[in-house]
Design a protein around this ligand. Structure first.
Ligand code: GLA
Length: 749
């Protein structure tokens, strides 16, 4: 998969899907040459144009060659200060204050498989699944040694990149910026997509023409955040869901990040991404090194769905680990929106009894079971059960769930300390806070200083103690405020710029220790919903609570946006009560259920208060879901319509089982419209020559009627060839109710 031609200095990373080409130019400079559809060979049909560009100076060795400037050459890991004025990939400050260094090519290695990145989440692969190119660069004065890592996977359109920077000099230096990757594309004829949001409104897709100058998606919050996601896509102006060239970039990192594009004066585009250099400093003594997080780079000639397929593949098979990677996840009921902090043994047991009756498989006890926590003002850090609420302790509530034939799960928020807690009273210096300024609060809590080994040990010990003493099958790991006042009482002044990065590295250490020592526990991460939905967290915990907004209509966009990068099996999605607690909307149960079936399904409502009629409907949804769950969770996923396209009024998702035998198609129309256009849905990725039978059809159920009029177009029992379903499509019946949801299940004959 990786070839090197010594004569031309060309590295060619190639699989059946794509080629990625680098070249060492003049024996020194590592240039980017090509990334796109696979090439048989790269023979330089597009040599560098060497043009004398005014105000683009020459590096020292080329003083008399006015056509040679780094300012106009496509590079793979550019430095600043030696004739390139664009965004650099790294910056350092040497002991004497110099910030100008220059990196020259030194050597390369090719390894089978994928080396791990110590202390960091990263993609992994068997030796026969991937090949890795390591390119060593060195500073011309020997101050730095840099290793660029490129992994190409067999059968997927993904390159994993990361960088290691070592102080190879004799004096300490400051690393001011260390991008995971940089890349120069030869033109700028792209739209740019990023995912913006807020708490309870995560990952809305925004598509805008790429502009000249620098544009950035970034977090400064100490977490990947609700507000932006560590993801960026550049796509050709005519590219859409199923066609056109797309380049996607996602970081395997849960902290603050930056993904920048720069369209420069001559119309080329630089992309640079990694830890946000804002506030980042890393002190390197001679011989010390810094390893950046990994970036996943996807090329898709088949539009956004093609890009998502590649991200889903790499996340499912090369990021997510452990026992639950390839198995369907349990249907759960979580007591949060059912009881909030007001629960006891009896309420939990009632929930368990009702859950069992409905077919639910896992009971989750959310916030409020520890210390003296009656609201969000106290007790984080005091991981001791509140026997006022749970008389028999966690053991009691877990065992009674087990007795009823359910698994049992528990909520934690271990990275935090409430000011009103025994932990804070004993260790006031364990929270992040600046020494001489008043501290800022979020939910009356501080973020613990995870750069400290003693704090990490406390978290690991207290969480493991609970997991080891009560029979707990599932953990929801929450993180409910962002970093402020990021100062560590343990680090010297010259290392304070490391705190925000060390916090995330500390978190990874804690997660590795807890998840590896409890391989049977299913972990779901959460941060006020989807505030830390990233590939870094998924390396440790195979699913994430997608949003605190449980309204089905809002979930159309939240889940569609999340699916740009992450597969449905990673998304927690629950049915909640109406009127909905976040937006007050009243929607049919079927719509709420079909929206939640896209992810790891569950209920987040007081199921004991449902009418018998509602319970019967829930039983039928659960029975249906159990049947189609392998397709929904383990199959392939395609967006046919999203709220980000057209009028925003329709959403359609298609799920295809791994073996291609079962297809599930779900369609939602948010508001009914008069004089409406009829909607044809053309299915994706079927076998044109195979016959598919419609084995189940669920017409829309309105709030006030059951959609009986819509049954007229039922295709149930009929069979069609794949080509007809893909090219002619099926028509959605005319809809006369708001918040309509339809489902068709097809079986290949
Ligand atoms: C966060 C989570 C919720 C719930 C609460 C508990 O907001 O996202 O699901 O667990 O915390 O305080």
């Amino acid at each position: 998969m990786i070839q090197y031609d010594e004569k031309t200095g060309v590295f060619h990373l190639r699989n059946e899907q794509m080629s990625y080409v680098l070249q060492v130019v003049r024996g020194r400079y590592l240039m980017h040459r090509y990334w796109g559809r696979p090439l048989r060979a790269f023979r330089d049909s597009r040599p560098f144009q060497q043009i004398d560009r005014a105000f683009s100076p020459q590096p020292a060795a080329y003083e008399n060659e006015r056509t040679f400037s780094l300012d106009v050459l496509p590079q793979e890991y550019p430095s600043y200060g030696h004739t390139d004025y664009r965004i650099p990939a790294y910056e350092v400050r040497l002991k004497d204050g110099t910030t100008t260094t220059e990196l020259f090519y030194k050597s390369y290695e090719i390894q089978q498989g994928k080396p791990a990145l110590p202390g960091l989440p990263a993609s992994y692969a068997e030796d026969n699944e991937a090949e890795t190119l390591l390119i060593h660069l060195e500073d011309s004065k020997g101050k730095l040694a840099v290793c660029l890592s490129y992994t190409i996977f067999a059968g997927t359109n993904v390159i994993a990149r990361s960088t290691k920077i070592e102080n190879s000099g004799t004096e300490a230096l400051e690393l001011l910026n260390a991008a995971s990757f940089a890349l120069d594309l030869p033109d700028h004829d792209y739209d740019r997509i990023n995912l913006w949001g807020g708490h309870a409104s995560e990952r809305n897709m925004e598509r805008v023409p790429l502009m000249h100058g620098i544009e950035e998606s970034a977090s400064r919050r100490g977490a990947s955040s609700h507000q932006t996601s560590p993801f960026l896509a550049l796509l050709r102006r005519d590219a859409g869901e199923t066609q056109g060239d797309v380049y996607g970039f996602a970081l395997v990192w849960s902290g603050e990040f930056s993904l920048k594009t720069e369209v420069e004066q001559f119309g080329t585009t630089r992309v640079v991404g990694g830890i946000n250099p804002f506030e980042f400093r890393w002190h390197l003594e001679p011989g010390e090194s810094f390893q950046t997080p990994e970036a996943l780079l996807v090329y898709s000639p088949e539009g956004l769905n093609g890009m998502s397929q590649s991200f889903h593949e790499v996340v499912r098979h090369h990021i997510v680990r452990g026992k639950y990677r390839d198995v369907v996840r349990p249907i759960l009921v979580n007591n949060w929106e059912a009881t909030y902090f007001d629960f006891d043994d009896a309420k939990m047991d009632n929930l368990a009894a009702c859950a069992k009756d409905l077919g639910i498989e896992l009971l989750v006890l959310d916030d409020g079971w520890f210390g003296k926590r009656e609201d969000d003002n106290s007790s984080l850090g005091d991981w001791v059960v509140n026997t006022g609420k749970l008389k028999e302790g966690l053991q009691g509530v877990a065992e009674s769930a087990h007795k009823r034939g359910l698994k049992f799960g528990l909520w934690f928020e271990p990275e935090m300390v409430s000011v009103d807690s025994d932990l804070y009273r004993a260790h006031p210096d364990w929270g992040l806070k600046a020494p001489s300024y008043p501290v800022s609060f979020g939910r009356h809590q501080l973020v613990l200083d995870l750069s400290r080994a003693d704090v990490r040990d406390y978290i690991v010990d207290s969480v493991c103690k609970i997991l080891d003493t009560a029979p707990i099958d599932y953990v929801k790991w929450d993180f409910n405020r962002h970093l402020t006042d990021a100062f560590s009482a343990k680090l010297p002044p010259e290392r304070q710029g490391e705190v925000r990065t060390r916090f995330v590295l500390g978190l990874y250490d804690v997660l590795e220790r807890i998840t590896q020592s409890h391989p049977d526990v299913l972990f779901e991460s959460c941060s006020g919903g989807g505030g830390r939905f990233d590939a870094g967290m998924l390396y440790y915990m195979p699913q994430t609570w997608t949003s605190d907004d449980t309204d089905a209509i809002c979930r159309f966009s939240i889940q569609s946006g999340t699916s740009l990068v992450f597969p449905p099996i990673t998304m927690g999605a629950h049915v909640s009560v109406t009127p909905n607690h976040q937006v007050g909307r009243v929607t049919p149960m079927q719509t709420r259920a079909f929206a939640a079936m896209m992810g790891c399904y569950g209920y987040e409502m007081d199921i004991t208060r449902m009418s018998e009629e509602e319970k019967a409907e829930v039983r039928s949804h659960i029975a249906l879901y159990k049947k189609i769950r392998p397709t929904m969770q383990l199959g392939r996923f395609y967006r046919l319509l999203t709220p980000f396209s057209g009028t925003g009024n329709e959403t359609a998702w298609e799920f295809v089982s791994r073996d291609g035998q079962e297809i599930v198609l779900i369609y939602f129309k948010t508001l009914a419209t008069p004089a409406t256009e009829l909607r044809t849905l053309k299915l994706e990725q079927l076998d044109a020559a195979a016959e598919y039978e419609v084995t189940s059809y669920s017409p829309a159920r309105g709030l006030s009627h059951d959609g009986a009029g819509n049954r007229s177009l039922s295709l149930e029992g009929k069979s069609f060839y794949g080509d007809e379903l893909m090219y002619s499509g099926i028509e959605v019946p005319k809809i006369d109710t708001d918040f309509a949801a339809y489902m068709w299940v097809f079986e290949r004959k």
